[in-house]
Structure formats: structure tokens, C-alpha cells
Design a protein around this ligand. Structure first.
Ligand code: BEZ
Length: 271
């Protein structure tokens, strides 16, 4: 399998050209619950304080947001998916539909936590700018996202399958998986002091079949073909991945690589 052809660190497309991801809260609950279940290291990095006002950027269905609510003064969830925001509100979270690349907040939060959301934002500087504006001076962001090499085998198999159908996979690639160096540079350029930035391989056992993961998280690739061609595409990708990612007795293990970081907006303000 060849490496997926993806845009290099400017993985920064022209605004509005990233293909759309669809979110289905019930599918997410079945195939994506591990995302919030595995947030322990991120919460440790955030170290929420009792008097913190926190923004959960990319709150999804609000499971992590609700868990953090008891550990801070207030928490707001923001997500681009109206369906996920509705699911978060159903669990009592103050959740708002927001474009993470055009956040509407001004100096409202002591901390921002963001889990598995920033890699969907293919205009990273726009996201970082909104984060900067949303934080009070002295505020911090604790983030976890896909880093360089994340789901490389999965993305490679999807790319191969699309290419066999004459579709340019680069045009369907919806993710931004930066190196630690590249993301540090972006944060620093905006004025943040980066306290930690680590890239961690985290092979992740999935709760079900890889097809469930693909249907939950890889819609931009799958939607490149007509409805009736999708089962064959999924079966082909599954077959290609089975030797590398299926472990008898364990199940499917996705090749996740996390970029975890903590950065602070200096109290003096900056630019
Ligand atoms: C991630 O959390 O790294 C991820 C989730 C869905 C698609 C790609 C990456």
C-alpha cells in the first residue's frame, strides 16, 4: 500500500474546498465512543480548576463536556454539526453550533479543551486565531488531534480504492494532521507560549468492524462514489486493511497517532 497522497503541511486548502463530513450521533455513539473514553491524558493536561470558564471546541455529542462540567465554573460546547449539538444539549450541555474556523467568542474563557476536532479544520490558522480571541489573557488551550501519520494505513487504503475508480483522492482528503514542529510554529506565530507538544502513537482497538469506523468518520471519501457503489468500496477497503489492522482475538485496531499540546496566551496580551 502506498502512502496516501495528501496535501503537505500547508494541508491548508483554499477556504471552503474541504469535502463535508456528515455526523450521525447514534452511529457515533456506537463506533466513536472511544474518543471521549480515551480523553484521560488530555483532561490531565487541561487540569481544570474550580473557577475556570471553559470552552470545549468540537464538543461532538457532549460526553466529555458533561464530564468536565462538575470540575469547573462553567463550560460551553461548540461544534459545527447541528446533529451533534442537539445530542450534547440532550445531555444538558450548553452547546452551540459554531464554525471552529470562525469562533464568535471574545475573551470569554480561561481554558479551551479540544479533543479530536482540530484535524477537521483544514484552515488551522483561522482556528488558532479564533482560539486566541476566545481566551482571556493568561488563558490556556489543551488540545489533542490527529498528528502526522495518523490513520495513514486507513487513509492509504481509501485513497487506493478511489484512485482505482478514477477519483483523485487528494480532492477528498478532509483532514489536517500536522507534525509537532508545524503546529508549534503556527501557535507561536499567533503569540501562544507552547508548554508541551507531543506526538504519540496510540493504536486504538475499535468497538466494532472497520466498516463502522469508515462509515462514522470517513464520509468525505465514501461520498465520492454513488450510493449503490458504496458497499463495494467499503468491502474493498476492509479487505485491503485486514492483514495490517485486524488482530484475531482483539479485533480491529486503528493506526491512530495523537498530537497533544498545552499552550498559553500570555497574560500581557501580545498581538
Ligand atoms: C482522529 O481522531 O484522529 C480521527 C478521527 C476521525 C478521522 C480521522 C482521524
Amino acid at each position: 500500500m502506498r502512502a496516501v497522497p495528501r496535501p503537505s503541511d500547508p494541508a491548508v486548502r483554499a477556504a471552503g474546498t474541504a469535502p463535508e463530513q456528515r455526523w450521525d450521533p447514534s452511529r457515533y455513539a456506537e463506533h466513536g465512543r472511544f474518543v471521549s473514553d480515551l480523553a484521560g491524558p488530555l483532561v490531565e493536561l487541561l487540569a481544570p480548576l474550580a473557577d475556570d470558564d471553559i470552552l470545549d471546541l468540537g464538543c461532538g455529542d457532549g460526553v466529555l463536556t458533561a464530564a468536565l462540567a462538575a470540575r469547573c465554573r462553567s463550560i460551553v460546547g461548540a461544534d459545527a454539526s447541528p446533529a451533534q449539538v442537539a445530542a450534547a444539549r440532550a445531555r444538558g450541555v450548553d452547546a452551540r453550533v459554531c464554525d471552529g474556523q470562525a469562533l464568535p467568542f471574545e475573551s470569554e474563557f480561561d481554558a479551551i479543551v479540544t479533543n479530536a476536532a482540530l484535524h477537521w479544520m483544514t484552515r488551522p490558522d483561522a482556528a488558532i486565531d479564533g482560539i486566541w480571541r476566545a481566551l482571556r489573557p493568561g488563558g490556556r488551550i489543551a488540545g489533542e488531534m490527529g498528528g502526522s501519520g495518523n490513520v495513514a494505513r486507513i487513509a492509504g487504503a481509501l485513497a487506493d480504492a478511489l484512485e482505482r475508480r478514477g477519483i483523485d483522492p487528494k480532492s477528498r482528503f478532509p483532514w489536517y494532521f500536522p507534525t509537532p514542529q508545524a503546529y508549534r510554529r503556527r501557535l507561536t506565530a499567533r503569540g501562544f507560549e507552547v508548554r508541551t507538544m507531543t506526538l504519540v502513537e496510540r493504536p486504538t482497538t475499535l468497538p466494532g468492524d472497520i466498516v463502522g469506523w469508515l462509515e462514522t468518520f470517513a464520509a468525505p471519501f465514501i461520498d465520492a462514489v454513488a450510493d449503490d457503489a458504496r458497499p463495494a468500496l467499503l468491502a474493498e477497503v476492509r479487505d485491503a486493511l485486514e492483514p495490517a489492522l485486524y488482530r484475531p482475538g482483539t479485533g480491529w485496531v486503528a493506526d491512530y497517532v495523537r498530537l497533544r499540546f498545552l499552550a498559553v496566551k500570555p497574560a500581557a496580551g501580545g498581538c
